[in-house]
Design a protein around this ligand. Sequence first.
Ligand code: Y43
Ligand code: MG
Length: 213
Amino acid sequence: MSGSGDEEAPGRQAIRKLAPGRLVIASHNPGKVREIEALLGPYGIQPVSAAALDLPEPEETGTTFVANAELKALQAADLSGLPALADDSGLCVDALNGDPGIYSARWAGPGKDFAVAMRRVEDAIAAKGPDASRDAHFVCALALAWPDGHVEWFEGRVDGTLVWPPRGDRGFGYDPLFVPLGHDISFGEMDPEAKHAMSHRARAFAQLVAAVL
Ligand SMILES: O=c1nc[nH]c2c1ncn2[C@H]1C[C@H](O)[C@@H](COP(=O)(O)OP(=O)(O)OP(=O)(O)O)O1
Ligand SMILES: [Mg+2]
C-alpha cells in the first residue's frame, strides 16, 4: 500500500540529489534505526538519526500507523530543514483484536522493557483460553516528509504466529515471539539479512524505493 497527497511525487527528484547524511531517520529506536540504515545502505544514502540531531520524541497522538509515521516525519523535517523518514510499526495479535498495534511501544512501559511487553502479550492471549489463536502480524508504515510539508507514505505487513517462551536475542522489540509464516525460527533467531528479506519494514521500504529512489 502506498499513497501521497498528490499524483506527482515532488520528492522523487530531490531524494536522488540527497548528499550523504542529508536524510533524517525520525526514530528514537536504535533497533529500527539500525534496520533502516541497512535497508538504505545499497542506495548510497547516509542518514542521520533524530537522536544524533537531538530532536525531541513527539507524542504519538495518531490513531493509525500512517498518521503516527506522518507526524513523526513532519516534525523532524520541520525542525531539521531536511527530508525525514519516519517508521511507525507494531505487532497486531488476532486474538487481541489487533492489540497492541499502534500501542506496541507503549506496552513496554516507560522503561521500554520488551521482556515486560512480551509477557503482557502472552498473558493477554492466555486469558482468552487455550484455544485462542496465536496468529499475528507486524505492520510498518513509513512516511517520507519534506521540509515544505509534502509527505509520502508506504505500508508493509508480514504474517506469522507467536511462540512462548521468547526465542533468540537478535533483532529488537517483539522479535523473539514472532515466527513468520513458512519459517520455523523467530525474527529474534534470524540473521538480520533474512529478516530484511521478508519483514514488514522491508516490504514498506521496497515500496518507498520503487516510488522514490
Ligand atoms: O521489526 C520489529 N520487530 C520487533 N518489534 C517491532 C518491530 N517493529 C516494530 N516493533 C514493535 C516494537 C516497537 O517499539 C514498536 C513500534 O513503536 P513505534 O512507536 O513505531 O516505535 P518506537 O516508539 O520504538 O520508536 P520511534 O517512534 O521513535 O520510531 O513496535
Ligand atoms: Mg514511538
